[in-house]
Ligand binder design. Structure first.
Ligand code: TXA
Ligand code: MG
Length: 322
C-alpha cells in the first residue's frame, strides 16, 4: 500500500490499479471512498471483505457524468432533472438497474435498483475519467465505524488494505451524500446529507423521509439505515448541556454551557454555530474524542434543521447501544 498526493501520476496509477481489479481509496467532497471496478465481482467482494461490511448492504457506483450513469440505470424525466440540478455533487440516486449495464450483482446486494453518484471533487473526477469505468465505492472505513474525512483516517481504519490511497487533504463537506430513492412513485430520502430535504421538497414537491430507523417487521429499505451504523467505541450521550468529570464534551455554537466546564476535555463542532462547518468537523472530532481515557462523549444539542438533520441522524445511530 502507498499513500500519494493527488497528482497526475497518482491518478494514472489509481486508474491502472482499478483496471487490474485492485482497490483505491480516493477523496470525494463528502468523505473518502474505497473504490473498485463495479463490473468486477472479485473487486467488489474485496471491498466488502476489507470493510467487514454486512453482505446485504449495497454500494454506491461512482461515474464521471450523467451520460455514463444512464448506461447502468433507467433515468426518467424526474431522474434527469435531479441529475441536471445536483451532479456533479453530494447526491446519490437509487434507480432501476439496467441489466445490460454489466455491473456486478454484488454491488446491488440482490436489489433490482442501483445507487449512482457523480462526485464533484477534482481528484475523484480525474480518477473516474482516467479509469473510464464505474467505480463502486463505499466510505473508506471499517463497516460501522466513523467515516473518513482525511487520508489519515483511511490509513487508521483500513490498516493498509487499499492498494493505493490518494491524498488530497480534508473533505470539504465531511458527511456522506444524500441518498434519494427515485425508483418509486414518490421521491424518498434514504439518508440525509448536504442536499437537504427542504431543498428537494422546494424543487421537486412531495419527498418522503424514510431515514428514520427501520420499522420493526418491515424489510430494510436502505441497509445504511440500520440503527447502529456510525459507531464510536465510547458511549455517546446526546443533547447534553452539562458534562460529568470523566466525559469529553463536544460543543456547538459560541457559548459553551456552564455545565460543560467540568468536562475532561472539550471540542467544538462549530464555535460560529454553522451547521456546514459542524458537518465537516463531525467525524474528525468524534474520532479525536473517542479515546479510552474518557468514560463517554457528551454532545451538545444540534439544531434539527437542514444539514443539522443529517448530523443528528448520524449521532443518533452512533449513540444506539450495540
Ligand atoms: O458520500 C458518499 O455517498 C460516500 C462517498 C465515498 O461517495 N459513499 C458512501 O457509500 O457513503 P456507502 O456504501 O458507505 O453508503 C451507501 C448508502 C448506504 O446507506 C446503502 O444502504 C445505500 O447507499 N444504498 C446503496 N445502494 C442502494 C440501493 N440499491 N437501494 C437503497 N439504498 C442503497
Ligand atoms: Mg459508510
Amino acid at each position: 500500500m502507498s499513500v500519494r498526493p493527488a497528482d497526475a501520476a497518482a491518478i494514472a496509477q489509481g486508474a491502472a490499479i482499478l483496471a487490474e481489479g485492485g482497490l483505491v481509496a480516493f477523496p470525494t467532497e463528502t468523505v473518502y471512498g474505497l473504490g473498485g471496478d463495479a463490473r468486477d465481482d472479485r473487486a467488489v467482494a474485496r471491498i466488502f471483505a476489507v470493510k467487514n461490511r454486512p453482505q446485504f448492504n449495497p454500494l454506491i457506483v461512482h461515474v464521471k457524468d450523467a451520460a455514463t450513469a444512464a448506461r447502468y440505470a433507467a433515468f426518467d424525466d424526474r431522474a434527469n432533472a435531479l441529475a441536471a440540478r445536483y451532479w456533479p455533487g453530494p447526491l446519490t440516486l437509487v434507480l432501476p438497474r439496467r441489466a445490460a449495464g454489466g455491473l456486478s450483482l454484488l454491488v446491488s446486494a440482490g436489489l433490482d435498483t442501483v445507487a449512482l453518484r457523480v462526485p464533484a471533487h477534482p481528484a475523484a473526477q480525474a480518477l473516474l475519467a482516467a479509469f473510464d469505468g464505474p467505480v463502486a465505492a463505499p466510505s473508506a472505513n471499517a463497516s460501522g465505524a466513523v467515516s473518513p474525512t482525511s487520508a489519515e483516517h483511511v490509513v487508521d481504519s483500513l490498516d493498509g488494505a487499499p492498494d493505493l490511497i490518494i491524498d488530497d487533504g480534508p473533505c470539504s463537506i465531511g458527511l456522506e451524500s444524500t441518498v434519494v430513492d427515485a425508483s418509486g412513485e414518490t421521491l424518498c430520502v434514504l439518508r440525509h446529507g448536504a442536499v437537504t430535504l427542504e431543498e428537494l421538497r422546494a424543487q421537486f414537491g412531495a419527498v418522503d423521509d424514510a431515514s428514520a430507523a427501520a420499522v420493526p417487521g418491515e424489510p430494510v429499505k436502505s441497509p445504511g439505515l440500520l440503527a447502529r451504523h456510525y459507531a464510536t467505541r465510547l458511549p455517546l450521550r446526546l443533547d447534553a448541556t452539562a458534562a460529568a468529570p470523566g466525559e469529553a464534551y463536544l460543543g456547538f455554537g459560541a457559548s459553551m454551557p456552564a455545565g460543560a466546564a467540568g468536562a475532561a476535555h472539550s471540542e467544538n463542532l462549530s464555535p460560529a454555530g454553522d451547521l456546514t462547518e459542524a458537518a465537516a468537523n463531525l467525524f474528525a472530532l468524534l474520532r479525536a474524542l473517542d479515546r479510552p481515557e474518557f468514560d463517554a462523549i457528551a454532545v451538545a444539542p444540534i439544531p434539527d434543521e437542514g444539514l443539522g438533520r443529517a448530523i443528528n441522524d448520524r449521532l443518533r445511530r452512533a449513540a444506539t447501544p450495540a
